[in-house]
Design a binder for this molecule. Structure first.
Ligand SMILES: [Zn+2]
Length: 312
């Protein structure tokens, strides 16, 4: 059975079913797992398990389930990060809390989901503690984070933790089999090589040929610019240097490309070469530093120029 859509055998689902069956639903749950492993989908499924109109099992088709899937249900609130600074600010938490404790429209549960809890500022995390400690009886909180260490212990100690394991290559294969049968072999191979256990990403790519074309184009651009002269490297920095978010995403793709090349080199036996490994390590370290610099609002274009000139 494929796990990506959280069939009943998935350990996280079994845990949630156990909470509901024993009527011991924690007031706060922390979902821990890598991006793309279906964390938000699981949080929404949990909300459906509480509020679906056709329980005992969420039907995925009633109007409540459908609204939850589209993130527009009044009783299931999602706290999004601020686009401008990629953080969750104290004022956002206060407004979110105010809405989260209102009476439900369904008479069932209020569910408050924080999809990127790692983005809470210290002030916002502190402001959230009291509600997390003593939410109203019919309010449930679900926090989502890549690791448990991204959140202060004052938050994690108040949550029941559910971990989402990375999705295996085999599971991604099975999901592609069921969702994207007609995918050309070249695209399928590319998606598998770049998915890194992110099943959401793999399926999104598989269903949209434009996204695959964009990925192929970007990889070709990296290939040609990074193996080219100074001018071509500066041109690429210039092209990516206008949009911080897009630049960040492009660098994530570059990191995956470097990892993919290393994997291929290992298959060919070239990993035995220490020089090869050192080069990969050096390039990856530069890339990590550039990503960090971009996140902390340094000048975008010079950071990209420095990176591309330094990568060899
Ligand atoms: Zn339903």
């Amino acid at each position: 059975m494929v796990n990506w859509n959280f069939e009943e055998t998935h350990p996280a689902i079994r845990m949630i079913k156990h909470f509901v069956a024993t009527n011991k639903i924690p007031h706060a749950i922390l979902l821990v797992g890598a991006k793309g492993t279906g964390r938000l989908k699981l949080a929404q499924l949990f909300a459906k398990t509480l509020n679906c109109e056709r329980l005992p099992k969420p039907c995925n088709s009633c109007s409540t389930c459908s609204r939850i899937d589209r993130s527009v249900d009044f009783d299931v609130q999602e706290l999004k990060i601020s686009e401008s600074n990629q953080k969750i600010l104290i004022e956002q938490v206060r407004e979110f809390e105010r809405r989260a404790v209102l009476t439900t429209t369904s008479g069932k549960y209020k569910v408050a989901i924080i999809p990127q809890a790692e983005s809470l500022t210290t002030g916002a995390a502190n402001a959230f503690l009291k509600t997390l400690e003593e939410p109203p009886p019919m309010t449930k909180m679900i926090l989502i984070s890549p690791t448990i260490h991204d959140l202060p212990s004052t938050i994690t100690s108040r949550c029941s933790v559910i971990r989402l394991p990375a999705v295996s290559d085999k599971e991604i294969d099975m999901a592609l089999d069921s969702q994207a049968k007609s995918l050309p072999p070249g695209h399928r191979d590319l998606i598998k090589r770049f998915s890194e256990g992110r099943i959401d990403w793999a399926l999104k790519m598989a269903c949209n040929t434009n996204l695959i074309s964009e990925l192929v184009d970007l990889l070709e651009e990296f290939d040609s610019a990074l193996s080219g002269d100074i001018v071509s490297k500066m041109e690429l920095a210039n092209k990516l240097g206008d949009d911080r978010q897009a630049a960040h995403e492009a660098l994530n793709t570059l990191a995956l490309k470097l990892a993919d090349e290393m994997r291929i080199a290992r298959k060919d036996g070239a990993s035995q070469s220490l020089a090869n490994y050192r080069l990969w390590h050096k390039n990856t370290t530069r890339l990590d530093q550039a990503c960090l610099a971009i996140s902390s609002n340094t000048m975008l274009k010079p950071t990209l120029e420095n990176l591309f000139l330094g990568i060899s």
